[in-house]
Ligand binder design. Structure first.
Ligand code: FAD
Length: 192
């Protein structure tokens, strides 16, 4: 195992892999990524997530981050297949308050550049989700670019970019037991 590195990332879930990817894009080198689980199904949250990606959020920053994630994941694939399926997302309103809320979300989507969004009648929502029972539904908010990320494929593809750029080395089945700090600086990362 490489025993010196400029940067050590602990955890090869989506956040660790994405960090390595983005630093590689910024021309960082000499990164080590360590995970106690086997790569890339490490057993962390990323291994369990169904991967629903709804972009619209009341925070503009989070919405634009989710939009960027959709655009990035849409370009990723591994030998198992693509990392993102643009199946669209629908939120349903059963109450007047919720319906007003979805109309507000529609406005935010328009001003923040989430394209193709629509407010749907119950019948239009049912046309998209035939299993839907429309009883009591007032309307729905549809975001066609929402979708399902295959989280492990996305993580692996991001990691593969960092590896291929010679920016990072990944070590699975390696547990971090301690981090040694001297005068406020990390000096070593102790593994098993
Ligand atoms: C059941 C479930 C459903 C979810 N559904 C969704 C969803 O639909 N949409 C959505 O956006 N999000 C969803 N999430 C949330 C999403 O999965 C997490 O926000 C995301 O995966 C977190 O990524 P992470 O890289 O921070 O964490 P993790 O994937 O948990 O990665 C952390 C890694 O650190 C490693 N680690 C920890 N300690 C050590 C150590 N001492 N030494 C070495 N390695 C260590 C772990 O093994 C792990 O691999 C869901 C989560 C769960 C559990």
């Amino acid at each position: 195992m490489k025993n010196k590195a400029k940067l050590v990332i602990i955890g090869a879930g989506i956040v660790g892999c994405s960090t390595a990817y983005h630093l590689a894009k910024l021309s960082w080198r000499d990164i080590v990524v360590i995970d106690r689980g086997s790569l890339f199904a490490t057993g962390g949250s990323t291994s369990h997530a169904p991967g629903l990606v709804f972009q619209l959020n009341y925070s503009k920053t989070m919405t634009l981050l989710a939009k960027y994630s959709v655009e990035l994941y849409s370009q990723l694939k591994t030998d198992e297949g693509q990392a993102f399926y643009t199946v669209g997302g629908i939120e349903i309103a059963y109450t007047e308050t919720r319906w007003r809320d979805l109309k507000r979300k529609m406005g935010l989507a328009k001003s923040w550049g989430i394209e193709g969004t629509e407010l749907l009648t119950p019948e239009q929502a049912k046309a998209k989700i035939p299993l839907l029972d429309t009883t009591g539904i007032l309307g729905a908010f549809y975001v066609p670019t929402d979708g399902i990320a295959k989280a492990l494929r996305a993580a692996e593809a991001l990691a593969n970019f960092a590896i291929a750029s010679d920016a990072a080395k990944f070590y699975g089945d390696t547990e971090v037991l301690n981090i040694e700090v001297e005068q406020g600086q990390v000096k070593s990362v102790i593994t098993n």
